[in-house]
Each structure stands twice: as structure tokens, then as C-alpha cells.
Design a protein around this ligand. Structure first.
Ligand code: AMP
Ligand code: MG
Length: 389
């Protein structure tokens, strides 16, 4: 079991608070994380199941009319690790639940419209996590540094972006903005590697050196972005990016904690499972109905354990009072088990109405003992984890 070595909530440790100065940030630092690289990678991987279930819940919520979505904006200079970050985060979740958009030099058509037009077209729909590889922030970054438009125009955009993001948040989108900040030295090393490796040369563009020459101007432009657009409703997280494992770990953790705090449950249904089960059973042979009956406890309790594990991880993250949260988890378990008993009773009733049904006992081997055993083993695992801390 990977250890949670976050000593500070990474959202606190990495947020661009008022007065944040980029110039004094150590790009090799690992703020908030008390472990090394191997521990960081192990802990990040241990978040995979939680993250993937939370994403599935968000998706399910969107399916039944929920309005919430999450937008992850990833900004950074060449070689900061945006692409790898995006691939990595997407790797943790179901592809149908995420939408990716990359923003390059605007096309002819895009230039005919307001700069937010192409961004709006790519916003995540309800239930989805949208990931932006570059974003509308290029319209106050590269545009400013390369003097593509007049200052009087781009200088108005910060407030406009804040207002636009505010409306987005009000309509149900949680916005997380990440800036991957690589040092000048590390950027040189990474560009050199692209030149050295035949398999990486495609990533290099001959214009990369011109952009690198403007490294300091970009730092100033980023500083202005943090000063002007790190808002309460859509804060910036500035990730030191010289150690890729750290920036990935931090983004994964911030995304996970954000989803946990959204308290996304499984949607309840508006139809009756009993009526549907009865109708479905009519189309099933007695043999397959018996098989389904016998599998029910294992299938349901396994799903229950997964759900309860997510609740437990979530409660840990939220630093909930452990006793209170164990009580809530026990109450949830009881609900699941009551539901399971009702399901089994219903299936027995359906089978009893059939002439060719075998005699069934109410007592499927393993049901009572299995769930109790599972509960115990989780508890002891938990105890170990705690004592290691
Ligand atoms: P890459 O991310 O390496 O594919 O490069 C995309 C390029 O598009 C970068 O050089 C960006 O600076 C540039 N780009 C993105 N958005 C804009 C924009 N709104 N105006 C001008 N250039 C942009
Ligand atoms: Mg590039």
C-alpha cells in the first residue's frame, strides 16, 4: 500500500495566492510532498482506482441530467511536459468520460471569431472532464510576448477571461488551471534530448529556439496571468516542472481531491427495479434465473466493497473524523445489505412461481460470512496503513 506523504494539501501548497512571485520559485521543488520520486509514483498510481470511479460517477450524473463538469487547463512552455501530463491523466480514466482539446496557432476560421469562440466549442459537456492542452491563456501569453496584437486589446482580456470563467463556474463547470513551470536550464536539456533522440526529433520545431530566447518575457507574461486571473472561482496552481513525476503527482492529487469534494454519488433511478426485474425474468429461462440468483451475493458485495472503499478514501482525504466516517460507512453497508436481501427474496419469489424451479434455500453459501469477512479484512488493512504513518 503506497503511503500518503502529502504534508500539506497540494492545493494550498501550489496555488498562486496574491503576491505569488514566479521568479523566486524553485523549479525542482516538490512543495507539499514529503517523499521521494519512487514514493510519489507509487502513491500516484494508488489514486488510479479512486480517480476512475469518481470520474465514472460524474459521467453517470451527467447521464441523468446533472449539469456538472470539470475543466482541467494545462499551460506551459515547450518541454514543460504538457503532452505527457495530458496522456497520463487521461490514462487513469475511461476515455468516453474525458474530452481533450489542444489549441495551436488559430486557423483562418478561428481568427474570424472572438478568441473565446474556439474555446467554447471545446468545453466539456455535463458529466465530462475536459482537458485543455493550451487554452485561451495563449491569448494573453504568446499574443503578448510576440506582440501579435496591441496591448490595448490584450490588456482588456484578463478581466474578460475572469468574467467568462465565472459564468462557466456558475453553470456547473469546476475549473482547475495548471501552469507547468520548467526552468531555463531544464528546458535546454529537454530540447537537446529531442535533438539527440531520433524518436523525439518530430517533437522539435525549429521555432522552439526563438520561443526559448523569449523565456524571460514569457515568465513576465505568466506572472501577469497569475496576478490577474488566479481567482477564487478559478485559481491557478503553479507546478514546478523540472521533475515530471512531481508535476504529475500534484495534478493527479488536486484533481482527485477536487472530485472527492464534489461529493458525487451514484444516481438513483426513477423507475422500479422490482417491476423491471419481474419483466426481465419473464424473458429468462429458469436455469439462467437460478444462475443469476446464485451469483447475486458475490456480484453485489463486490460492488459494495468497491463503493465503500471509495467512501473510505474520500473520508481520509477530507480528513473527516474517522469514527464518524466509519459509522457512515457502516450505515451504507447496512443499506446495501438490506437491498441485497430484498433482491434475493424477490428472485426467490420469482423462481417459486415456476414449476420447473429447483428448491432454493434462503441461505446461499457464503453470503453472511462473506460480507462479514470482507468487512474485517478491510478494517485490518486500514489499521496497518494508519500505523505506518
Ligand atoms: P504545440 O503546443 O507545440 O503544438 O504548439 C502550439 C503553438 O501554437 C504554440 O507555439 C503556441 O504558442 C501557439 N498558439 C496557441 N494559441 C495561440 C494563439 N491564440 N495565438 C497564437 N499562437 C497560439
Ligand atoms: Mg511545441
Amino acid at each position: 500500500m503506497a503511503e500518503n506523504l502529502w504534508t500539506t494539501d497540494p492545493r494550498e501548497a501550489l496555488r498562486a495566492h496574491p503576491g505569488f512571485t514566479l521568479a523566486s520559485m524553485d523549479r525542482r521543488a516538490t512543495p507539499g510532498w514529503g517523499g521521494d520520486k519512487a514514493q510519489g509514483k507509487a502513491f500516484m498510481d494508488s489514486r488510479a482506482s479512486l480517480l476512475s470511479e469518481l470520474q465514472e460517477r460524474l459521467f453517470a450524473e451527467g447521464r441523468v441530467g446533472g449539469k456538472r463538469s470539470v475543466l482541467v487547463v494545462v499551460q506551459g512552455l515547450d518541454t514543460a511536459g504538457k503532452g505527457g501530463m495530458v496522456r497520463h491523466v487521461m490514462g487513469y480514466v475511461d476515455p468516453q468520460g474525458v474530452s481533450l482539446a489542444s489549441f495551436g496557432v488559430p486557423t483562418e476560421e478561428e481568427r474570424q471569431h472572438h478568441y473565446l469562440w474556439r474555446i467554447e466549442n471545446k468545453l466539456p459537456t455535463p458529466g465530462r472532464i475536459g482537458v485543455f492542452d493550451r487554452s485561451h491563456y495563449e491569448d494573453v501569453l504568446v499574443v503578448r510576448v510576440d506582440e501579435l496584437i496591441e496591448e490595448s486589446v490584450w490588456s482588456e482580456r484578463y478581466d474578460e477571461i475572469n468574467e467568462w470563467e465565472k459564468q462557466l463556474v456558475e453553470s456547473g463547470t469546476t475549473i482547475l488551471k495548471f501552469a507547468l513551470m520548467v526552468s531555463h536550464e531544464e528546458q535546454g536539456i529537454r530540447l537537446m534530448e529531442r535533438l539527440d533522440r531520433p524518436d523525439k526529433r518530430w517533437k522539435y520545431s525549429t521555432g522552439d529556439l526563438d520561443t526559448r530566447a523569449k523565456w524571460h518575457a514569457f515568465q513576465e507574461a505568466y506572472q501577469a496571468v497569475f496576478d490577474r486571473t488566479s481567482t477564487e472561482h478559478a485559481p491557478w496552481y503553479v507546478l514546478p516542472a523540472d521533475r515530471k513525476w512531481f508535476s504529475r503527482l500534484a495534478l493527479t492529487e488536486i484533481l482527485t481531491r477536487t472530485l472527492v469534494e464534489m461529493e458525487i454519488g451514484w444516481p438513483s433511478v426513477r423507475w422500479s427495479p422490482e417491476v423491471q426485474r419481474r419483466n426481465l425474468a419473464k424473458s429468462m429461462s429458469t436455469a439462467s434465473l437460478v444462475e443469476s440468483y446464485e451469483d447475486t451475493p458475490a456480484v453485489v458485495t463486490e460492488a459494495m466493497e468497491e463503493t465503500l472503499e471509495v467512501r473510505r478514501d474520500s473520508a481520509d482525504l477530507l480528513d473527516a473524523d474517522p469514527d464518524a466516517s466509519e459509522q457512515r460507512i457502516a450505515a451504507r453497508r447496512a443499506e446495501w445489505l438490506t437491498d441485497l436481501e430484498e433482491t434475493l427474496a424477490h428472485k426467490r419469489e420469482l423462481l417459486a412461481a415456476r414449476d420447473d424451479a429447483p428448491a432454493l434455500t434462503a441461505d446461499i453459501p457464503g453470503i453472511g460470512s462473506k460480507t462479514k469477512k470482507a468487512a474485517k479484512s478491510k478494517k485490518s488493512k486500514k489499521g496497518k496503513k494508519k500505523s505506518k504513518k
